[in-house]
Design a protein around this ligand. Sequence first.
Ligand code: HEM
Length: 524
Amino acid sequence: MEELLLYYYWLIKLLAISFLALVLLIKVAVLLWWRPRRIEHHFSKQGIRGPPYRFFIGNVKEVVEMMLLASSQPMPFSHNILPRVLSFYHHWKKIYGATFLVWFGPTVRLTVSDPDLIREIFTSKSEFYEKVEAHPLVKQLEGDGLLSLKGEKWAHHRKIITPTFHMENLKLLVPVVAKSVMDMLVQWSAMSNSEEVEIEVSEWFQTLTEDVITRTAFGSSYEDGKAIFRLQAKQMVLAAVAFQRVLIPGYRFFPTKRNMNSWKLDKEIKKSLKKLIERRKGNSSINKMRDNHQDNGPKDLLGLMIQASNTSTDVTVLDIVEECKSFFFAGKQTTSNLLTWTTVLLAMHPQWQDQAREEVLRVCGSRDIPTKDDVVKLKTLTMILNESLRLYPPTIATIRRSKVDVELGGYKIPRGTELLIPILALHHDQSIWGNDANEFNPARFFDGVARAAKHHVAFIPFGLGVRTCIGQNLAILQAKLTLAIILQRFSFRLATSYQHAPTVLMLLYPQYGAPIMFQRLPNP
Ligand code: HEM
């Protein structure tokens, strides 16, 4: 009898295990085989095709191969960078048209570069779409701040932080930004005895933007903030290495040396920020003095978040920590890349460099630090920055996901479909920008952004709609001020070692750096 019971026990156990294994197998088959086939069928009925889905890996192998091949060597000095930077898009667009399906593993993405459809996604029907969670390694860096928050929490944080970026507030930053730029130029001048010096600008611009972001985020607690952002910069380096190498799911949880270093840094960042927040909140009399001081000085992210946390339980110390991370991640390299590409472009196109310098000297004089009112008058520089953002947008693409089944320009898009918006492709589209789309021609922005192209949703370097970049005024102000001060004091050209190789690793950057020769202009 006992033996029979034991037999049944094992039989039931075996059956249960087999059943679970079968359920699991079916789930995997549905996810990795049946669902992709169904989606392909759904879209092909509507005339949308793409490279065929391959079990589990989708099109990742081809995408990686094309991108590696494209970035295996520098390109000629041309601004036709789409084939190199978004090689898979360029290649498949020729075969399947601009709206096609591409598989990142079992996740499908529909490419959308038609400006009418882009307008629908970001403005008229934006409530049907949401942001997509970043890659886990990126997520670790960008934090749970504005960049990734959704719904009410996002709206609440955006409202709190927005005053930091009001133009009136940003203008108060002009003298400190100018001082950081001047300090940088003094160091450049000291690097060579001769009149000409070679500078790898991308690294210098990163240090500069870090400084400015630190002031915007931490205001009067600048020194403490700087130490915190140093830790975050170290963490970014670790993540960038991992981003290039690690493809194993869950690898970030393994106690590898890199991961342990990264966890340690994360702990340190949180600890330092909490200490700083407590100190700012702390002693009421000091606080009062600081508040008074702040009424005259620029409003900073930290101050505004602390103020909000005093009046609302919705804003916690952890929220502030995450917003600081988000700021650093979103603001530093984007702006430094804009500065780098614009400097490269002005070095490649000396006639525009001369024109920009003429304007700067006319408006600001040859040695005076430009004021906040001067910066607004620099129209040629604005046109040049726009053309730089068009040809070399630091963020080359963005992604949205449909929250419900939705119609997009007549196409039926099932819930959960990811839409890939290749900003770079939109900016280089000849049907929108004309035959000279791949030429550097800032004059196209002479009558403003709205009139520069055949469609007014043709230029979206800062995104579009409610989730548009909160920091764009700061980025433009900083870029204008920096370039104006450089143009006053130096002329520049590409170093002979410069290799043209725009490449993407999260953002668009020069693969072999940006060495530029700077020649001091004679004192007037
Ligand atoms: C040239 C410089 C910059 C470029 C090209 C840029 C680009 C962008 C783009 C394209 C988006 C929208 C992403 C999407 O819709 O998926 C965005 C959002 C954002 N950017 Fe920037 N950005 C720049 C500078 C900055 C700076 C200086 C800061 C802050 C200090 C900043 C903070 C943010 C934040 C917080 C968001 C998310 C906004 C939200 O969802 O509410 N950015 N940026």
